[in-house]
Write a protein that binds this ligand. Structure first.
Ligand code: HEM
Length: 523
């Protein structure tokens, strides 16, 4: 017996030593990308990073090269800082290897255990959600239909409200909180695309949004600061465990309310669908699929494959699109209007283009957009300078892989600095300057930008976003003259966060254009 113990102990010690030796050898052989030598215990390089993150990471890239290795707490992080490397990352097998998302504990509660499209890992569920989103909910065909219905209706309502506000203001120039208006408009457009609540449940055409949209907005506004507090949990698990700020319980409560609210919306759409079928008969009802909101489309799919398109699936997919699309679109429009206010010559040139191509007798619509290339250049230049997601969404390596010849261990977070890539002087002349002309007449062809990401996890909402921004900015410029409040330039400082919003919310003076008064009176 003693001899047995002796052999067991010696074997265990040898195994431990062998494991230690092998893993150390493995680690030594790893050739991680370069990065700052000094890292704090436990927190790694986190305390070295300054706000805004994209500028701080761009500094590191300029010191260490286009790929930089950092430690965020116990996690490897790799920063990509050049267009060539971004292209390498998002093509071929590497695109698959880094197609996962990091799962931060702060996001667990609000994301059905990481099963919503923006954070679900690459795999079968992601593929199904992505296919439904691109083929059924956000296709070019559906965006076309929505442009003439939902978006056009919301746009007219906003123009009408601005015209009324100006009419009662001194000098017919109303002071407008553009940040809030643009956010409310994007939110309302996406809510209507989800379920057409304005038409069906309430008679509130003059309100900023429907009763349902307002309730959803209130819920989202409660969730955002709680997730902000919960972000601390990601790197300090003790805070999560102690739930110091009570955020865990509050977050659980408000997420439950959000899910119940959305379940109610699904039920209401189900009733609507039944009524429609009773009215028209099964065969005809499918024709009206085209005009249905996203929830209605999902319920139609549910009929054919109830096990796949469950209510839970709908609840995990559709509100996530609302969340992903609202602030990105509204923030980009707010940056665009800020840039225009600081460059009145560009604003005037865009108005002239609209006047000569659309005329003065009607509000522009989707068919006018191809005839407004300068407006498109303004949007491209805004996305170059102020990409709404400056570091894209973080990716994660699912296996050990190599980037630019360096080893990237499985589980590493991959951050792509689109903000820095878009301002690279090697590609763009005077990159910090706002110059929409650089996109005119195909001049920027071949120059690389990635405001919507690239590869498998590229944004599926690009079509809808570009259409919404074209129509909204086009209508704001067509119908109103815009000036700054006071002589000072609009402050272009950025706030911190995954979405790059303005630090100082945009306000401006808005005055109806004389040549549009007939249209504005009828609208
Ligand atoms: C100006 C507006 C927008 C910008 C700049 C933008 C940008 C982006 C970026 C950079 C990503 C991450 C890509 C990556 O990780 O590689 C993304 C992902 C995503 N976006 Fe957008 N987006 C916009 C509007 C929208 C809209 C309107 C929707 C839907 C209604 C939407 C839905 C999504 C979804 C679901 C994802 C996650 C895709 C996935 O992980 O597979 N976005 N977007």
């Amino acid at each position: 017996m003693e001899r047995f113990y002796y052999v067991a102990v010696v074997t265990s010690v040898l195994l431990v030593l062998l494991h230690h030796f092998l893993t150390r050898r493995g680690k030594k052989q790893q050739r991680l990308p370069p990065g700052p030598r000094f890292a704090f215990p436990i927190l790694g390089h986190l305390p070295l990073l300054k706000k805004p993150l994209q500028t701080s990471l761009a500094d590191l890239v300029s010191r260490h090269g286009p790929v930089v290795h950092l430690r965020f707490g116990g996690r490897h992080a790799v920063v990509i800082g050049s267009a060539a490397l971004a292209k390498e990352c998002f093509s071929g097998e590497l695109d698959v290897a880094i197609a996962n998302r990091p799962h931060f504990p702060s996001a667990r509660e609000a994301s059905f255990d990481y099963s919503v499209l923006t954070v679900v890992n690459y795999g079968a569920l992601w593929r199904t959600m992505r296919r439904v989103a691109t083929v059924h909910l956000l296709s070019a065909h559906r965006v076309n239909i929505m442009s003439d219905t939902v978006i056009a209706r919301e746009l007219r309502a906003m123009v009408r409200r601005l015209a009324r506000a100006s009419a009662s203001a001194p000098g017919a120039a109303a002071r407008v909180e553009l940040k809030r208006r643009l956010f409310d408009l994007s939110h309302s457009v996406l809510m209507e695309i989800m379920a057409q609540t304005r038409n069906t449940y309430s008679d509130d055409a003059d309100e900023d949004m429907s009763k349902e949209a307002r309730e959803m907005k209130d819920i989202i506004e409660e969730i955002i600061p709680l997730v902000g507090v919960a972000n601390l949990w990601d790197y300090m698990p003790l805070l999560r465990w102690l739930d110091v700020y009570g955020a865990k319980r509050k977050l659980a409560d408000v997420v439950t309310r959000r899910n119940q609210f959305f379940d109610k919306m699904i039920d209401a759409e189900r009733q609507k669908l039944k009524q429609l079928e009773r009215k028209k008969g099964e065969a005809d009802a499918s024709d009206s699929d085209e005009k249905m909101g996203m929830i209605g489309v999902m319920l139609s799919l549910q009929k054919t494959e109830p096990d796949v398109y469950t209510d839970h699936f709908i609840n995990a997919l559709v509100p996530n699109l609302l969340g992903a699309g609202t602030e990105t679109t509204s923030t980009t429009m707010e940056w665009a209007m800020s840039l225009l206010l600081n460059h009145p010559d560009v604003l005037k040139k865009a108005q002239e283009e609209i006047d000569s191509n659309v005329g003065e007798g009607r509000l522009l619509d989707k068919n006018d957009l191809p005839r407004l290339p300068y407006l498109h250049c303004i949007i491209s230049e805004t996305l170059r300078l102020y990409p709404a997601a400056p570091m894209l969404l973080p990716h994660e390596a699912s296996t050990d892989c190599k980037i630019h010849g360096y080893d990237v261990p499985a589980g590493s977070m991959i951050l792509v600095n689109a903000y820095a890539i878009h301002r690279d002087p090697a590609t763009w002349e005077d990159p910090e300057e706002f110059r929409p002309e650089r996109f005119e007449h195909g001049r920027a062809e071949g120059k690389f930008m990635m405001p919507f990401g690239m590869g498998r996890r590229r944004c599926p909402g690009e079509n809808l976003a570009m259409r919404t921004m074209g129509l909204v900015l086009g209508a704001l410029l067509q119908c109103f003259d815009w000036t700054r409040i006071g002589d000072a330039e609009v402050d272009m400082a950025t706030a911190t966060g995954t979405i790059m919003s303005k630090a100082v919310p945009l306000e401006a003076l808005c005055k109806p254009r004389a040549n549009m008064s007939a249209v504005l009176q009828k609208i």
